[in-house]
Ligand binder design. Structure first.
Ligand SMILES: [Zn+2]
Length: 241
């Protein structure tokens, strides 16, 4: 005897079809996610943890912003990356403050300037993933020192009265003047930024790479006040010139 199948209304058939389609879509989505999760580099995936050892990728800026908002996460990221540091001392003068700062050991000269954790983290990433590879790729040598003009300065922008406080007023910006290499060569922003020779290419690569790491980057391309240094700021309004 043939089984009697219940008669389905056209609406039910359409609904079942739609449910099947959505299930297929969800499964396909899951498959794509699993594939991307397994094959894409972690620096391109926002849900993978940040590491100073990862090259700069599609998700790096977002991760830096997230970590920068959390002092404990920022310090943990530095520690996990092998960066050594001590907590900075807090100075408060008028609109200026070195609250929540640290001093990291590394290749900066003068050594261990006081800086915010987000600035230290971004510097460590720039040093490891931009400067060191560029020194080898462009100059076939090792970077040994990064000369700077300082981080903390209790002043307004350009020191003009009535201007808003500079990022330097909270040790949130670093002014990089030049680079020294293992083979004795030096490259400075003042002399080499526009030289067009390999040292100039290195300084340009340093600036261009900084734009992927820091919030605000100002170079000789911005104005005459920056003819001899790169101003690198922890956050800011995403300005790169
Ligand atoms: Zn500056």
């Amino acid at each position: 005897m043939k089984p009697v199948l219940p008669k389905l209304s056209p609406e039910t058939v359409a609904l079942a079809g739609l449910a099947g389609f959505l299930l297929d879509l969800a499964l396909a989505g899951l498959l794509v996610f699993a594939l991307v999760d397994r094959t894409a580099p972690p620096q391109d995936l926002p849900w993978k943890p940040f590491s100073l050892d990862q090259p700069i990728g599609l998700a790096t800026a977002g991760k830096l912003a997230r970590i920068s908002a959390d002092p404990a996460a920022c310090r943990a990221a530095l520690r996990e990356g092998g960066a050594r540091f001590v907590e900075g001392e807090t100075r408060e003068t008028g609109f200026c403050s070195t609250r929540d700062t640290l001093r990291a050991s590394g290749d900066l000269s003068p050594a261990g300037p006081v800086m915010t954790c987000p600035l230290a983290l971004r510097y460590a990433l720039w040093d490891r993933q931009v400067l060191r590879p560029a020194a080898w790729d462009i100059l076939r040598t090792r970077l040994v020192r990064v000369d700077h003009f300082g981080t903390y300065a209790c002043r307004t922008i350009y020191g003009r009265p009535g201007e808003r406080p500079s990022a330097h007023a909270r040790a949130a910006a670093l002014d990089v003047a030049g680079f020294r290499f293992a083979d004795g060569r030096r490259a400075t922003v003042a002399a080499d930024f526009r030289s067009g020779d390999p040292r100039g290419h290195f300084v340009q690569a340093a600036r261009n790479g900084a734009c992927k790491v820091f919030g605000t980057v100002l170079s000789p391309d911005y104005n005459a006040a920056h003819r001899d240094h790169l101003h690198l700021e922890d956050s800011g309004y995403r300005l790169c010139r």
